[in-house]
Design a protein around this ligand. Sequence first.
Ligand SMILES: Cc1ncc(COP(=O)(O)O)c(C=O)c1O
Length: 387
Amino acid sequence: MNKIYLDQASTSFPKAPSVAQAVYDYLAGSAVNVNRGGYRAAYSVEEQIFETREQLLKLFHFTSGKGKNVIFTENITASLNVLLKGLLKPGDHVLVTAMEHNAVMRPLVQLEKHGISFDRIPCASDGSLLLDKATALLRPETKLVVCLHASNVCGTVMPAQEIGDFCKEHGLLFILDTAQTAGTINIDMEKCHIDALAFTGHKGLRGPQGTGGFLIRNKLAAQIEPLISGGTGSASHSEEVPAFLPDRFEPGTPNIPGILGLHAALCDLEKQSMEEIRQHELMLTQYFIDGILNLDPEEKFLRIIGKKNIENRCAVVSVQTLHMDMAQAAFELDSTYGIMTRVGLHCAPNAHKTLGTYPEGTLRFSFGPENTKQELDIALDALSALL
Ligand SMILES: Cc1ncc(COP(=O)(O)O)c(C=O)c1O
């Protein structure tokens, strides 16, 4: 039985072509530390890490930023924790959307216990943002909008440009969680007035797990107290956390094999057209939705959650099986047909409340650049046989 991987929203597979070799070459070849050794092998790795920062600046069109404004962390979750917990003070108020992942919500709910409050900008039942409802939620102490760029539950893409304009108009900071869009949707930090863009390396960027970070403007960085501190290999005469970037937010030895793998993934991405990747993923998404609607036009067995088209959407399709337990369906898709999916609440309980799928959750299919129509035909046949 061939394996068909349709859980790309969780992590991408296969990784970009050069990633595994780059990680192997570093670990088998030199595996030196950075910012500590006074030898050429260390300088060469430092150079590649610097190039990776430059690649990320370019990818997200952060033209006013420099390499130092790109901070590496282990994933987007760590990035959002550093940003939110380092920035917010008792009394501050925050706006999020009604579709957030727990990477945003759990830090905010923790912070709520320390006098920070938040409101959710409502979303329609297909997951799209009702931004015109945001003004009524503003308070004098509102500091920030932090939100995802696309829902990992139903694929709806949020209007980053409009949210950025709203933040600019009202003097708010804007932090964007690009977990489901980096590497497939073009994001312009300058045009969208994004103050910090959090990314993860192992999804659409197709790098290794354990990589991620954030791109940040100097003005915002200066307001953030580091969550973790320690040795940086710089300013070693002092026991104070360095004031300069990226060292201020990068204590300890970084995930060097991971960052070099990410560097390789970004080199691969630069050789491709991101627009072609996006069009391929959208083609698969519409094909799969149409396939389900053909199977079951009256939605007697399967209900598609969210939009039934590809407008403002990424390559994520959630369904509910109406006469079969969804965990059972996911189990049988895997064990009988080799199809890997994800079932449940996908770390986004409030998104399900918005979509009307709480508490049972959804069965989620998500596609990447190397998935094919043939694989989706097999998945559709499997669904038809199961249901
Ligand atoms: C919208 C969104 N935000 C944040 C995350 C967290 O990503 P990571 O596990 O890489 O930190 C995910 C992961 O699924 C996500 O979909």
